[in-house]
Design a protein around this ligand. Structure first.
Ligand code: ADP
Ligand code: MG
Ligand code: MG
Length: 250
């Protein structure tokens, strides 16, 4: 599904990612862990197509196509979804309109019939339950005045509506209390199927107790310095990141 080869990325002339290689197959969950500033969000943003990053070397293939050639909208239509570390508020744009437009644009792109207002509301009710999103929130502007937890739940709610192929969750756990964390994890797990894949970016192991990854990769100073199974997350929790640095002579 996703193949990243020898990826180098700079921002404002500073090299952040230094030769990333990553292969993700349908049905898999990959966790990207690592200390602050190691380049996790940079990697996530480059996949989503955020513009200020400069790819200086390497390639990314998504479903057999060159992802780097695609505009962010095209990536979204083809099934790349990004849940932001800091979801933006969009005052004046009601959630219902925003989401209905997104869902129907996607359906048009796939050659499917657009949903009527009634059909969309029904779909929204169904998906809202998945993350137990407060019913009132969908009557408000996108994320405006939402609590941290509500914003993160809202990201997963959007993911549920859009049914992406590749979801990238950037620190969806940050700022969540344990109940919201479980809700978010429940939503992600419920959406998992053999045809989609998820990248979970986090620097804590806690989320990975609930969203169990198939692979854990440690990103450090712009490089993946270690990849292993889910047990690596527990090892990191116990020992911190210092042993990884020592093992790699960093
Ligand atoms: P992480 O998500 O792992 O904490 P980031 O990808 O956010 O790391 O950041 C990696 C490095 O890139 C940091 O040193 C950060 O300061 C730098 N960086 C990220 N975004 C920008 C930007 N827009 N302008 C300048 N430097 C940036
Ligand atoms: Mg960070
Ligand atoms: Mg980050």
């Amino acid at each position: 599904m996703l193949s990243i080869k020898n990826l180098y990325v700079s921002i404002e002339g500073k090299e952040i990612l230094k030769g990333i290689n990553l292969e993700i197959k349908p049905g898999e969950i990959h966790a990207i862990m690592g200390p602050n500033g190691s380049g996790k969000s940079t990697l996530a943003n480059v996949l989503a197509g955020k513009e200020e990053y400069e790819v200086t070397e390497g390639e990314i293939t998504f479903m057999g196509e060159d992802l780097l050639e695609m505009a962010p909208e095209e990536r979204a239509l083809k099934g790349v979804f990004m849940s932001f570390q800091y979801p933006v508020e969009i005052p004046g744009v009601p959630m219902v309109n925003f989401l209905k437009t997104a869902v129907n644009e996607l359906r048009k792109y796939r050659g499917e019939e657009e949903l009527t207002a009634g059909e969309f509301l029904k779909l929204m009710r169904e998906k809202k339950e998945l993350v137990e999103l407060d019913t009132q929130l969908t009557n408000r502007s996108v994320n405006e005045g939402f609590s941290g937890g509500e914003k993160k739940k809202n990201e997963i709610f959007q993911m549920a509506l859009l049914e992406p192929k590749l979801s990238i969750l950037d620190e969806t756990d940050s700022g969540l209390d344990i109940d919201a964390l479980k809700r978010v994890a429940h939503g992600v797990n419920a959406l998992r199927n053999p045809e989609n894949a998820t990248i979970v970016v986090t620097h804590y192991q806690r989320l990975l107790e609930y969203i169990v990854p198939d692979f854990v990769h440690v990103l450090y100073q712009g490089k993946i310095v270690k990849s292993s199974g889910k047990e690596l997350a527990f090892e990191l929790e116990e020992k911190g990141y210092d042993w990884i640095k020592q093992e790699n002579g960093l």
